[in-house]
Design a protein around this ligand. Sequence first.
Ligand SMILES: NC(=O)c1ccc[n+]([C@@H]2O[C@H](COP(=O)([O-])OP(=O)(O)OC[C@H]3O[C@@H](n4cnc5c(N)ncnc54)[C@H](OP(=O)(O)O)[C@@H]3O)[C@@H](O)[C@H]2O)c1
Length: 295
Amino acid sequence: MTRVTTPFTVRTTAAEVLHGVDLTGKRILVTGGGSGLGAAAAKALADAGAEVVATTRAQLDLADLGSVQAFTDAWRGPLDVIVANAGIMALPAPARAANGWELQLATNFLGHFALITGLRADLTNTARIVLVSSGAQAPVDFDDPHFERRPYDPWAAYGQSKTAGVLLAVAIGRRWAGISANAMAPGRIHTALQRHLDDGTMRSMGAMDDDGNLLHPENFKTLEQGAATEVLLAASPLLDGITGRFFDEDNQEGELPAFALDPAAADRLWELGAQAVSGVLAGPSLPERSTPVRQ
Ligand SMILES: NC(=O)c1ccc[n+]([C@@H]2O[C@H](COP(=O)([O-])OP(=O)(O)OC[C@H]3O[C@@H](n4cnc5c(N)ncnc54)[C@H](OP(=O)(O)O)[C@@H]3O)[C@@H](O)[C@H]2O)c1
């Protein structure tokens, strides 16, 4: 497969990616559209003429399959693009969704799986799906996805959920002819996503000084730069017909460990998601007491 390249760089903004692109008549759904990268992507897509539905947790709680089903049941009309942007990162203590799934896997992967498959009939023949992933990747542990037997690790849980997004792009690419699905990493951008990181971690990233002030190191992007790869995958004609690929923060097709693009793992994950959504697999048993975590 030839690597996909674009004329853009790590500093290109979302508006620059969409310069000259007319999205009039396109309907685009952006999850987590009330803040951060989702809001920046939604604005750039709307500025280019699209009708954008930017969801917030109040209308569509991705950690609650009932909420996702209510949203998909209520959806009316064709849909050209879904940007699966909402996410949570590195929860310091284990937390579960209502169905018992580990909360990052439930929110970042399962909620979007339910949303995308629930809206399948509304997608246009050439619709695009954007899975907002990360440079943080970890294999999906199919034997213990919810950390019931292995020690909970915030980055293993986040990385697993973000790899699951890439695998979902691979799985859709293998299943839905005409519809394209690609995954991407936005780079590092100061947003509410880092709310669970302690000051030591922020300092080790060069993102905070000794007095707790946020810094903007060279390798951090602005929101408009961070949203660039989302809108590239959502709407740029440069990606017409491209599916099942991963794009990096520099707006070029990027490399990932083989486990993140493995078709067999993608198929297995699809089955896991489908079973959970259909209620066949309700999820692991809930612990007697779960630790409340601010989200
Ligand atoms: N910022 C970075 O450096 C970075 C790096 C790599 C990947 N990413 C990815 O980029 C995406 C956007 O993150 P961001 O940086 O823009 O952070 P953000 O500002 O915190 O945005 C995340 C959005 O997801 C929403 N969300 C969280 N849980 C939800 C739920 N259960 N149901 C519905 N919506 C939910 C949040 O809503 P609330 O406001 O209600 O919490 C928020 O609007 C995420 O998928 C993240 O993993 C970001």
